[in-house]
Design a binder for this molecule. Structure first.
Ligand code: NAI
Ligand code: MG
Length: 355
């Protein structure tokens, strides 16, 4: 079997970490006897430089007809003066909406070798293994009406938090199915004590739960959830949230594990290619220095292999390699390096290949 994968190296450290990721993919593809055909396209700043467009039509078209899309990161201070819709970031937003990727999946787990290096207490983080499922194409970020108008109290601005039954049901189903494959615990986060949209959210999630009797469902108000994530994060398995709450909660959850350089993500729809990318940005401050941490990128490739291409053995190999590299004491400079063997980006890639 041969898969068609679109590569979007993007900006900053993007090309350096993408190079490491493709080498690791090639290695496991050969080992498990499947083929990968890459198609490399431009997005973000690099696309602006060449086409004056952060998401060229050709890029979106290639992504739509692929089996999966692997993205590094976009963005550079070079484009800060451009209007919002012309900036690199809008290329990524338009790619997500252009592909209809309504489900953002962020696994948060603490690697055994890094437990003692967390900034939080060891006993709090040691059993953390959760996944945030965030609705990505609806809610207050997209709701109409929105805007600014004059009022007797000066200018007034407003956004609308809105969800339909269809939007809630499809993201909730993703979360229930994921929980079914994991520890069978689902926590839905809302603000149903105050918001109508959260009341509908909660009603629909409860309704859907009758189809998943094996999954233990509970609900938390978002303010309490923010607290519980710090107090006792190992109580969570799968967390389900809307767009705004998910944005905040998933960044909070990410910090439990330490470095942003370790965290992958997937953005999915029911049918069609998913987008797999590290949580971090383009890190312009360390670009072209060969010191970036390629592990979030390799873990995103692993997610692509598992979720997008269903090559579970290959995905396991990459995750096991990361685990081993860390246990063997290798670190990149964004991690705690005291007494550890510090490697550059390319060297870390080679070490992962040898593990
Ligand atoms: P950032 O994630 O790029 O960097 C934050 C800090 O973490 C920096 O000190 C950076 O050096 C470090 N860092 C990030 N990834 C690292 C890695 N793999 N290895 C070692 N260190 C790493 O976020 P920042 O600085 O807020 O944004 C920089 C640019 O990236 C902006 O243009 C922003 O819009 C863009 N961005 C893009 C994202 C994406 O493509 N999905 C997500 C977040 C930001
Ligand atoms: Mg965010």
């Amino acid at each position: 079997k041969t898969y068609n994968v679109v590569l979007l190296p993007g900006d900053g450290i993007g090309p350096e970490i993408m190079d490491v990721a493709t080498k690791t993919i090639d290695y496991v593809a050969q080992k498990y006897n499947f083929g990968i055909e890459y198609e490399q396209k431009l997005i973000g700043g690099s696309a602006i430089d060449k086409y004056n467009d952060p998401l060229p039509e050709e890029t979106l078209k290639a992504c739509k007809s692929s089996d999966a899309v692997l993205l590094s990161a976009i963005g550079s201070p070079k484009y800060d003066a451009l209007p919002r819709e012309k900036r690199p970031e809008s290329g990524l937003l338009n790619l997500r909406s252009g592909l209809g990727l309504f489900a953002n999946i962020r696994p948060v787990k603490v690697w055994p070798a890094l437990i003692s290096e967390s900034s939080l207490k060891q006993e709090i983080v040691q059993n953390v293994d959760l996944v945030v499922v965030r609705e990505l194409t609806g809610g207050i970020y997209f709701g109409q009406p929105k805007g600014r108008l004059q009022s007797e109290n000066g200018e007034r601005a407003f956004n609308t938090m809105t969800y339909s039954t269809m939007e809630i049901d499809r993201i909730a189903r993703v979360a229930f199915e994921l929980a079914t494959d994991r520890k069978k615990k689902l926590c839905s986060i809302d603000k149903a004590n105050v918001l109508d949209v959260s009341q509908l959210w909660r009603e629909r999630v409860i309704e859907l739960s009758y189809n998943f009797p094996k999954v233990e469902l509970n609900h938390l108000y978002v303010d309490n959830a923010a607290m519980q994530l710090i107090r006792q994060p190992d109580q969570f398995d799968v967390i389900l949230t809307g767009n705004l709450f998910g944005d905040i909660i998933s960044d909070e959850a990410a910090m439990l594990t330490g470095s942003i350089g370790m965290l992958p993500s997937a953005s999915l729809r029911l049918e069609g290619p998913g987008l797999f990318e590290p949580v971090h940005g383009s890190a312009p401050d360390i670009a072209n220095k060969d010191i970036a941490n390629p592990m979030a990128m390799v873990l995103s490739a692993a997610m692509m292999l598992r979720v997008g291409l269903k090559e579970n053995n290959a995905a396991d190999d990459l995750e096991n390699a990361i685990d081993k590299v860390l246990k063997d004491g290798y670190r990149t400079s964004d991690l705690m390096t005291n007494g550890k063997k510090v490697l550059g980006c390319r060297e870390m890639g080679e070490q992962i290949l040898m593990s």
